[in-house]
Design a protein. Sequence first.
Length: 445
Amino acid sequence: MSPHAAGRRRVHRSVAASLPLAVLAALAVTGTASAHSDQPEVTHTATLGEIPLGAFSNALLPGTVDDDRGIELGGIGSDIYPAGRKGEFWTVTDRGPNGQIKVDGKKRRTFPVPGFDPAIVKIRVCGDSLKVLAAIPLTTSSGKPVTGLSNQQGRDEAPYTYNAQKALAYNPNGLDTEGIVRAEDGSFWLIDEYGPSLIHVSARGKVLTRYVPKGLNLSGTDYPVVEALPSVLLHRKVNRGFEGLAQLPDGDLVMALQSPLSLPDGDVGDASRTTRLLRFSPRKRAVTAEYAYRFDPVNVVDPSEDDTSELKISSVVAVGGDKLLVEERTDKAARIQLVRLTRSADILGGRYDDDTTSPSLEQLDDPAASGVPVLDKRLVVDLGKVEGVPGKIEGIARVDHHTLALVNDNDFGMTDGPGAFDAQGRLVDSGIETTVVYVRLPQGV
């Protein structure tokens, strides 16, 4: 057993050991395909059962949640990464239950369980159920929960209580966690939407370093912060920072910006189809390359959608060498593309990292025609045409040459609007469950 595993066992009780078996029981929902076809197909489905969020959180960090408002554990579909054994995966929650409610015509971001602490969750596919094997809370240098609360007034959405009536305090330690990979030494790398940030986390969940854009000026954190990312990322769209993270065979990391930058303004970002991928060297502690990635038209990704701003990258997966799977999606549909990161496509440090450049990269109707080396891509699978794939797929893992594991983000069963909670302040659950599906690709990848 590695010293990291031994340390984790001493410091944190696994959820499996600290919660009642009845709480951890997962529910059977659907069956397994009996035969393969020559088309992509779902071959297995497993669903997470009911685990009270308060019990889950307080088993990791006692006293952090005093009222979970009837919310169950969910939101672990922000990403999925193979854990080494067959059917086992590392996942990560996002910042916790959150929604939006309009007050006086303006949307307010709500945090119904403000004490919730994002966590790394290890799961196993057991038949038609997902079993929680262990969980690791994310903590500051002094061992306090980082929370998922907004960081900076004026830059991040103001946090409010469940009914949007009372403002909550900002927390510079807060993380809106998304992608996850595990390093050879047992530590983890995560990404965050607030900064946007790249976060190095110990095997026991302590934030070792948070890498943020130059000029962010994030102060008051209880962990080290290093301004090592291009300053142009300060123009990330609100709630659309980093969402995809991959680990290449050489140990380098690739971060995907979920949406085009708001450069020079939000209207441009909403209309643009060009976002960015960044390559980071943990050894050099620096970004070493940047790439322009071009979305397909929104009605190609999702025939039911005509709003370009709904396009997002939610997952990237390394598949050998410098090749990546990239998921383009809306909330209802997704397509997986294959790209290769070439030296000739690197735009790091060029004119489009200068936020005074006009037109900006995001303003170009056809970046390639303007001389920008956009990444070439090839469609691997249109998930919108694969029966049995749930909506809002945010995590993808490669199981083998012919199989991908997909996980959805069920948003902790929350919906937006004043009807998300009843008159007693208890959740009116959406009924959407956290689900892992295996998709077989006949042509392989």
